[in-house]
Design a protein around this ligand. Sequence first.
Ligand SMILES: NC(=O)C1=CN([C@@H]2O[C@H](COP(=O)(O)OP(=O)(O)OC[C@H]3O[C@@H](n4cnc5c(N)ncnc54)[C@H](O)[C@@H]3O)[C@@H](O)[C@H]2O)[C@@H](O)CC1
Ligand SMILES: [K+]
Length: 524
Amino acid sequence: MTELLTAAQMRAIEQAAIESGKVTGLELMERAGQGVVEAIFEEWPELQSGNRKAVVLCGPGNNGGDGFVVARLLNEREWEVEVFLYGNADKLPPDAKANYERWVELGEVQSIEDFQRPLGWTASVYVDAMFGTGLSRPIGDLHNQLWEVFDADAGLPRLVAVDTPSGVCSDCGFVLREGTKERLPAPLPNHVFESQLTVTFHSPKVGHYLSDGEASCGKVIVKDIGLPRDNNMLPKEKGVVKLASPIIHGKRGVNHKYAHGHALVLSGTHGSTGAARLAARGALRIGAGLVTLGSPRSAMLENAANLTAVMLKQIDGALGLTEVLEDMRFNAVCLGPGLGVRADTQALVLTVLKANRPTVLDADALTRFSANPDVLFGLLHKDCVITPHGGEFTKLFPDIAEKLAAPATTGPAYSKVDAAREAATRAGCVVLFKGPDTVIADPDGRCSINSAQYDRAAPWLATAGSGDVLAGFISGLMARGFPPMAAAETGAWLHVECARKFGPGLIAEDLAEQLPAVFRDLGL
Ligand SMILES: NC(=O)C1=CN([C@@H]2O[C@H](COP(=O)(O)OP(=O)(O)OC[C@H]3O[C@@H](n4cnc5c(N)ncnc54)[C@H](O)[C@@H]3O)[C@@H](O)[C@H]2O)[C@@H](O)CC1
Ligand SMILES: [K+]
């Protein structure tokens, strides 16, 4: 299980370790610098020979301190190192100052203003040690200068970010910027300032996995710097964010199919039935013992012609649904995909929520409440999962979405994690806020990010109907008895895994069909 830390949590861990007397800030900084150098040679073993020239850009804080350590350690390996400093050496904090002083015995320190675009890349490695978790405001002109230097037109150099790419907020993953109307992902369009490697310490930071983390970080390597892994040191108000991982076991024993639950998925009307069938098949493949598609009369024929293992039952309107839900064997319900946004959808949602069954609400079941989200929030309960994408999230939580879309001008800035947590508290249930950086939060403060970035990149998932399958996966897991948070996290994780298993050319129908192979890989 990978824990993702905010800047404040990382600082609390460092401070507690230093105050305990077990380690000094200087020792941590030395290990951080060593970690960066190790990571460089692990990533590019070819650098052991050839052009041994590096440029290290140091900032005014401890991130800069790490940079001075890197410069010294490369120098010890007989590298030629050019060091540039942003800020005033006299104002460096004590540990960074100590490392600055050790460096000036070995080499020169130039002003960052003298770091200009070279004619071709003269060094083998460029190290960005300007700002890390301490970034509190935009780096303005410096950013522009660096964007010009590291422009894609010049070809990408080996650029290594120490802890975080400078200018990117380690909590929210956005570049801090002033004077823009909306948040800008990193990199800005047409301005590529892209690290190939980011070396962070102890644990990855939340911002590495949010927004366009991958575009700015390249690849994230975590180096241990000897800090204890004891969460008692963390501030208590919010739990630690985790990277989603599957919490799944195989079907055990020789149980009756009802022992694995019976999911009910509601279909839209004639001509709008495919989405619900995708969800139903997902629920069945992920292991629900039985899955029934509830269809209005108008769509019975259409659904019947397209179903085999999934059962079909005519359900007409809220009244019909109330009767069906009297059968307690329907132990999870999924509604929304293809359901339409008319008043009858609202009636169906309210009926399901009053039946107090584990429920997944997606797509139209959410959009229907754009005008009156409080009606929905009044009935959602702890066994519900709602799965909005960005547009649906904005309709249900307009004020929260506005905060998230506001320019990130001061760090640490409001993040998608903050937004999902706030939404989960308001909704009173699990919120799965979709994207390549899907954030899953529950009202108790638990939160995880299901990342489809870095080595789990799955760009093919952006295909029609893929969200319907996800809703089906989650409801199938809930039918199997998974608690909502675990169902959402596991469903989202498997969804990405299925896309990766299939690869390019993926369409929504393929997703559930990859589950058997994915389960085999998991040893289930
Ligand atoms: N002892 C420690 O605390 C350790 C810290 N480490 C490194 O230290 C970093 C954090 O250090 P700091 O907290 O000193 O912060 P940074 O080095 O990230 O930032 C430096 C300082 O610059 C100022 N600043 C923020 N935004 C600015 C801007 N836009 N323009 C100009 N100045 C700005 C702030 O006062 C901030 O404290 C980590 O990212 C990590 O690289 C590691 O060496 C491990 C040990
Ligand atoms: K940095």
